[in-house]
Design a protein around this ligand. Structure first.
Ligand SMILES: CC(C)(COP(=O)(O)OP(=O)(O)OC[C@H]1O[C@@H](n2cnc3c(N)ncnc32)[C@H](O)[C@@H]1OP(=O)(O)O)[C@@H](O)C(=O)NCCC(=O)NCCS
Length: 224
């Protein structure tokens, strides 16, 4: 398993990371169609013609099969996987298979997103929401190549994904799970204004769950 845990661009159409900017402009490709989930609203709100989201330094777009090499390389680094509970992919074909079968976008209208650095057009990691149907819960996750750590990318992209989840997808509650030892991850969860909720068993390790709730319902109550 690979993933436990959204301007105009003057560059050429297809970048080094395989991000096709023409495809990104295609309004027929909603990045994250609305999913009712906990918010219990009709399945109709889409990205209003927008099919990727962005932050100051990054573009976040759906993962694609041609990200297989980067995903494979990301998961080869033991330090990157240390607190994730994941194993490296055996080979690039396995990461391709994983991406081919990745059904979060179609099934639940959310999903982890490739993070492309605007300055270089490089794939630098992934970040995004995931829906867990057993728990009826959305979680935020992030993973970056080591040479991009401690530059604020996780905080910047996770904040955008959380805001997008609350404001556009009308999700009521988002959680973040981490091993207690994963200080950097917990720091990010705190910086995106999540608060400690409870501990849990993370594959035999101490784990923590952080949460943030939307003020969506408050805004609409008590008279609506
Ligand atoms: C966790 C991860 C995504 C953070 O990404 P990042 O882009 O480096 O995060 P940011 O730069 O936005 O913030 C990291 C914060 O953690 C702090 N930090 C880093 N290592 C730390 C440590 N060992 N102890 C305490 N704080 C630490 C940084 O100083 C920074 O805080 P600051 O901005 O207040 O100085 C990255 O380390 C990673 O990809 N790890 C491997 C995958 C992973 O563990 N994902 C999470 C699974 S739950």
């Amino acid at each position: 398993m690979g993933f436990p845990c959204g301007q105009e661009c003057p560059q050429p159409a297809t970048t080094a990371s395989g991000f096709d900017r023409n495809e990104a402009r295609n309004p027929q490709l909603p990045l994250v169609p609305y999913v009712s989930g906990q918010a219990k609203r009709p399945h109709k709100l889409k990205m209003k013609g927008q099919d990727y989201i962005e932050t100051e330094r990054t573009i976040l777009r759906k993962l694609r099969i041609d990200d297989a090499e980067e995903i494979f390389a990301l998961n080869l680094d033991k330090e990157v996987l240390k607190y994730t509970g994941d194993q490296p992919f055996e080979n690039i074909q396995k990461s391709k298979d994983f991406l081919t079968n990745y059904d979060q976008y179609e099934k639940y209208g959310v999903g982890r997103l490739a993070v492309i650095e605007k300055a270089t057009s490089k794939f630098i990691g992934w970040c995004g929401l995931k829906y867990n149907p057993e728990k009826d819960e959305y979680d935020i996750g992030f993973r970056f190549f080591r040479n991009y750590w401690n530059k604020g990318f996780a905080t910047e992209t996770a904040k955008r994904c959380i805001d997008y989840g609350f404001e556009e997808l009308v999700i009521a509650r988002i959680v973040g799970r981490a091993m207690k030892e994963n200080k950097a991850s917990i720091k990010v969860l705190e910086k995106i204004e999540m608060t400690f909720y409870e501990t849990f068993d993370f594959d035999g390790n101490d784990g923590v769950i952080y949460e943030r709730t939307s003020n969506f319902n408050q805004k609409r109550s008590p008279n609506r």
